[in-house]
Design a protein around this ligand. Sequence first.
Ligand code: AMP
Length: 115
Amino acid sequence: MPQDPDCVFCRIAAGDVPATVVARTDRVVAFRDLDPQAPLHVLVVPVDHHRDAPALAAADPPLLAELVATGGRVAAELGDGQFRLVFNTGAGVGQSVFHVHGHVLAGRPMSWPPG
Ligand code: AMP
């Protein structure tokens, strides 16, 4: 689906909902998370609506690659290039917005396994 008018990340990508955008390509937007969990916490989303990472991988692999590359660029430009990239996939593991988004988290030590 290109865009979903009821989806907040579609609306951010379209510029209809304000966000602090830190990077943008024709097909991908990166913006700061409203509730940051690390000194650097940016969400990277495709402009087109896809429910989650596997759905995006099936529908448009180059777009998933562009999303990951954009996350890496943001981490290098706004931090030291080291980052954790998280795709929560499913409500049971914490996905709350069903428009695929990579969480780029950086700027503090991180434990393993994640909680
Ligand atoms: P998830 O729980 O993995 O689906 O992540 C959704 C993320 O979106 C959370 O970290 C929220 O803080 C963030 N979020 C929700 N609405 C907005 C918004 N309007 N602008 C920026 N971040 C948002």
